[in-house]
Ligand binder design. Structure first.
Ligand code: 6MZ
Length: 368
């Protein structure tokens, strides 16, 4: 289908818009070209059959169970320290290239004895990747903050060096035991001075029990570490209730809520990370048009637009903003305010927020 001039202009505007990404899984954000290259290497070594893996990677439409089978495959491709470092570097570079000015990237610290990998060494490899980004300035620690901020992104298309704040969230995988989940929270505490600022609960939503992770999530709360929880990807009534009662700082997805739960969510004012393409592709929402974004947006519920797994779902944050505009008819000003609003839900401290507010104010003066 031919792209109209208006669509092209709007897509470019969405790329230039400064954006905040709060829900992106590291291993779900890997470029297909990198996955194919890694699969080729492992195929040559006889570890996997390249042609089989290639077909799976290139397949576009995936159910939720298929996604989780694919993650297991990704983890085979990405389990060595150098590869983890490489993908962390690439993923940050890709987000910065489309004017994401603040990125919270989440990843599950992994133990892999065969590779000599511990949760800590996995995370060290991620941090190494973030520090090795060359084409853009990555601000990983608050001490890097300067008051003489140059604009981090520029809607006039100026070619200033881009700058991106990056923070890390450690994910607890729903397959983990209570003790492994507690290890992840303790690791987050240990790595506080290395850009780790929060805990996420994710993984296959039909696996595991809320009671298994609750001690770790409560431990995070006691330590003052913010949490974000994947909630309602499937209609598990008891669990959705428990998650809403836990009152995390943010919730991801919230697809399958019933009337009472919607009411409870709306009165809680817990910010929601909205992942349009992901929800439609995995069946959490029946279509873009019928996605719960519209209801929450009209109710003025705090929202941030996110990608979830930009590699897996072949999307980008700019594309997600474009879909909001084209599906729900938001104007550029409304879209801008939506992007700007996400600054208030970041887990980083007030200094970073102040700096991000300034970025959006400058951009508003240029574009609105
Ligand atoms: C739930 C998801 C997810 O941690 O290895 N993950 N969990 N729902 C989703 N929606 C489709 N997308 C990704 O990144 C991959 C891991 O993130 C979680 C899964 O646990 C997946 O294995 P990391 O970097």
């Amino acid at each position: 289908m031919e792209t109209s001039e208006a669509e092209k202009e709007m897509r470019e505007w969405c790329v230039a818009l400064p954006k905040v990404e709060l829900h992106a899984h590291l291993n779900g954000s890997v470029r297909n070209s990198t996955l194919l290259e890694l699969a080729k290497e492992l195929g040559d070594k006889g570890v996997i059959v390249f042609e089989d893996v290639k077909d799976v990677i290139m397949k576009n439409d995936r159910s939720l169970p298929e996604c989780f089978r694919l993650f297991d495959l990704f983890h085979i491709l990405t389990t060595d320290h150098d590869t983890v470092t490489r993908i962390a570097k690439e993923v940050v570079g890709d987000f910065a290239a489309e004017n994401v000015v603040y990125l919270e990237i989440r990843t599950t610290p992994k133990n892999n004895e065969a590779k000599g990998m511990t949760k800590r060494s996995y995370m060290n490899a991620v941090v190494k990747g973030l520090k090795s980004v060359e084409d853009v300035d990555v601000v990983l620690f608050d001490s890097n903050l300067r008051n003489d901020e140059t604009p981090m992104s520029d809607l006039s298309g100026d070619t200033k060096r881009k700058k991106i704040y990056v923070r890390l969230l450690l994910s607890i995988d729903r397959r983990e035991t209570t003790s492994a989940a507690l290890d992840t929270v303790n690791l987050a505490m240990e790595m506080k001075d290395q850009g780790v600022i929060g805990i996420d609960l994710s993984g296959n939503p039909v696996v595991g029990e809320w009671e298994t992770y609750l001690p770790a999530l409560e431990h995070a709360k006691d330590l003052g570490i913010p949490t974000t929880i994947h909630c309602g990807e499937v209609p598990n009534r008891k669990e959705i209730q428990a998650m809403l009662d836990f009152c995390p700082q943010r919730l991801g997805h919230v697809c399958c809520l019933d009337d009472e739960e919607w009411k409870k969510l709306k009165s809680s004012m817990i910010p929601v990370e909205i992942c349009l393409t992901s929800n439609v592709m995995t069946g959490g929402a029946p279509s873009l048009e019928l996605h719960h974004f519209a209801d929450l947006y009209n109710a003025k519920h705090p929202l941030s637009i996110c990608t979830d797994d930009s590699g897996l779902f072949s999307t980008s944050l700019s594309n997600e903003y474009y879909l909001v505009a084209s599906t729900f008819g938001l104007s550029k000003t409304e879209l801008f305010r939506l992007a700007q609003g996400a600054v208030e839900f970041v887990f980083a401290d007030d200094e970073v927020k102040k700096s991000l507010r300034a970025v959006f104010e400058r951009a508003a003066a240029e574009t609105l």
